[in-house]
Design a protein. Structure first.
Length: 225
């Protein structure tokens, strides 16, 4: 299948990698009870920075972009080291970590969906690729740190925010909006939804057993004829 003329600029992809790695390292650095050493913090940052792109390219059947250029690993490593430095200098960085997390979701969601469309993937699978790209880094981070996967717990709205942004991108582009403009709005929309969900405690309904449903039981001693 032929590739679309639209190309994602390298610097845009590297910005997403850098923001993700910065956020990942800062997230790992605040987990004092885990006693993660400096190498571990750096590795978590690199995993978050590169994870979404790796999953995206695997789904698209492509050689991961991180293996096609020297810049990806260098940027991810540098951003992770910078995140470690910030964590050492400042103690109250939780709001910044949450903000960077939201921006990371938006960036990777937009890039993943755009790249899927560029490779001729239909609209619905393109949204799926975008969502996986958006949340992939956080999933790999939580698995590596042996933490409950945030995506699967009440109050995260990771996938919901990414899904809203990437769906807007696909629909607006299909209606004729330029890809660049649609992608920028996708990042903003995803980021805003994620931040508002944290600010106001928005979440999907929690799965609970419905006790009010009738329960049918077979009689132990059916009446004789």
């Amino acid at each position: 299948m032929l590739e679309s003329p639209f190309q994602i600029p390298l610097w845009v992809d590297l910005v997403a990698v850098g923001v993700g790695a910065l956020q990942g390292a800062m997230f790992a650095g605040r987990l004092k009870e885990r006693r993660i050493d400096l190498l571990g913090v750096a590795l978590i940052g690199i995993i978050v920075g590169l994870g979404g792109g790796l999953l995206r390219d695997i789904l698209l059947g492509q050689i991961p972009a991180a293996l096609q250029s020297n810049w990806y690993i260098l940027v991810a490593t540098g951003a992770a080291l910078f995140g470690m430095l910030l964590q050492q200098l400042f103690q109250r960085l939780n709001p910044l970590i949450i903000a960077l997390d939201a921006v990371t979701i938006g960036l990777f969601g937009a890039i993943g969906t755009t790249k899927a469309l560029a490779y001729g993937v239909p609209e619905v699978p393109a949204v799926f690729v975008g969502v996986v790209s958006a949340v992939g880094g956080s999933i790999l981070r939580d698995v590596t740190l042996n933490l409950p996967i945030a995506l699967m717990h009440v109050g995260s709205l990771y996938a919901v925010a990414a899904g809203a942004g990437t769906t807007f991108l696909v629909v607006s582009h299909a209606l004729g909006m330029p890809m660049t403009v649609a992608s920028i709005i996708c990042v903003i929309l995803t980021t805003v939804i994620r931040l508002l969900s944290v600010r106001f405690g928005w979440s999907l309904p929690e799965q609970r057993a419905i006790a009010s449903w009738p329960r049918w039981r077979r009689p132990e001693n059916p009446p004789s004829a």
